[in-house]
Design a protein around this ligand. Structure first.
Ligand SMILES: Cc1ncc(COP(=O)(O)O)c(C=O)c1O
Length: 396
């Protein structure tokens, strides 16, 4: 590494930068997870998570990465051979449907071009054709972290309702929860899957399921084998703030502090901040004369931006140079996007100056890599941020 001073810029789309107060909260003695102090902690975080998911129903916490919560959503609600509808929005949607197949489910995987979200009209069409109601669940990734495309869940919910179809709606919010507006109850989602390491500003290691009454009822009949992921013992112990096994106590200290930070800022302000940074980032990409991967204006992610690298240039080499020269990590192109895009994470604990530094590093790195860009990206982003802060001041 050429530069050792200053702070590393962790601008991958998760894990994200962990605020100092969250780090400090975790640096505390581990306590008895069956004692009274733990019960208080457990009750506080389980209650505090609900508004973040937009639910009044139960949430369960796993000491696992997001992949575990994917599995939990499937094994608690479905039976061997059940048909599920999945959409190829990108790398993570592809991995989730692979897991469903491995678990013994029958997957209908609708092909996609990795530049669009789930098409509500296609959902309506496919469910409309399933008069026998063989499809038991629709599995969607809300914010596809590999592409920077956000699917429109309320429109998809409306499509399911208009088709009069009883399928469960399972939604992965691993890179949207706490960054992009999300409403488990209002949008009629049955299981919301989430993780700690992105919008919740924690290290990796916790994951979540928010569970509707309909999902809970389905879990009574679900026959896929489950043990560690079983909701029942978690829900039972969770009522008193405890876990049926050893919890990740110190991560829960961090979660308590992260929830406090989100509440102090106010979720609407958190979402507005992410939208502002995403818009400024897109202004930068346009200023450089490059292309954003997301192809639909309505589906731009507020959490990250995937930038297409011109033919003849290798996105991984650009990222390597930026890491070496400027000590900044950017997200790699995943799956079939490897080498063709890099991803700028602008989610979690992040502010205008962090964005300005991030975009400056990208602009310098692109120029040093010989990518033909116009040098107008950073200024375009700063103009956008300045305009947003003027509007904000006037509104106060
Ligand atoms: C949208 C999405 N789903 C699933 C995952 C997998 O989660 P994990 O790596 O925490 O197991 C990720 C990870 O980045 C993700 O972004």
């Amino acid at each position: 590494m050429s530069f050792a001073g200053g702070r590393h810029f962790l601008q991958i789309p998760g894990p994200t930068n962990v605020p100092d107060s969250v780090l400090r909260a975790m640096a505390a003695p581990t306590i008895d997870h069956r004692g009274p102090e733990f019960g208080e902690l457990g009750r506080t975080v389980l209650a505090g998570l609900k508004p973040v998911f937009g639910t009044t129903r139960p949430v369960v916490i796993y000491p696992a990465s997001g992949t575990g919560a994917w599995e939990a959503a499937l094994v608690n609600t479905l039976s061997p051979g059940d048909k599920v509808l999945c959409f190829e929005t990108g790398h993570f949607a592809t991995l989730w449907q692979e897991m469903a197949r491995r678990l013994g489910l029958t997957v209908h995987f609708v092909p996609g071009d990795w530049r669009h979200g789930v098409d509500p009209a296609r959902v309506a069409e496919l469910l409309g054709q399933d008069g026998a109601h063989e499809i038991k669940a629709v599995c969607l990734v809300h914010n596809e972290t590999s592409t920077g495309v956000t699917s429109r869940i309320p429109e998809i919910r409306a499509a399911i309702d208009n088709a009069g179809h009883p399928a469960l709606l399972l939604v992965d919010t691993i890179s949207s929860l706490g960054s992009i507006d999300y409403r488990h109850d209002e949008w009629g989602v049955d299981v919301t899957v989430a993780g700690s390491q992105k919008g919740l500003m924690l290290p990796p290691g916790l994951s979540f399921n928010a569970i509707s009454d309909k999902a809970l009822a389905a879990s009574e009949k679900a026959k896929l084998p489950r043990s560690f992921w079983d909701w029942r013992p978690l829900l039972e112990a969770g009522e008193r703030g405890y876990f049926p096994y050893t919890p990740a106590t110190n991560l829960l200290y961090g979660l308590r502090e992260a929830l406090r930070l989100l509440e102090a800022e106010g979720l609407p302000n958190v979402f507005a901040r992410h939208l502002r940074h995403a818009e400024a980032t897109r202004a930068a990409v346009e200023g450089w004369g490059l292309e954003v991967l997301c192809a639909d204006e309505r589906e731009h992610s507020a959490a990250l931006t995937a930038v297409v690298v011109p033919e003849g240039h290798d996105a991984d080499k650009i990222r390597a140079l930026i890491l070496d020269r400027f000590d900044m990590s950017l997200g790699a192109g995943l799956g079939k996007l490897a080498g063709r895009v890099f991803r700028i994470g602008h989610l979690g604990s992040f502010n205008d100056l962090s964005l300005a530094g991030t975009l400056s590093g990208v602009q310098m790195g692109l120029a040093l890599s010989g990518v033909p860009i116009r040098p107008d990206g950073v200024n375009a982003a700063l103009d956008r941020l300045a305009a947003a802060s003027r509007t904000d001041r006037e509104a106060r």
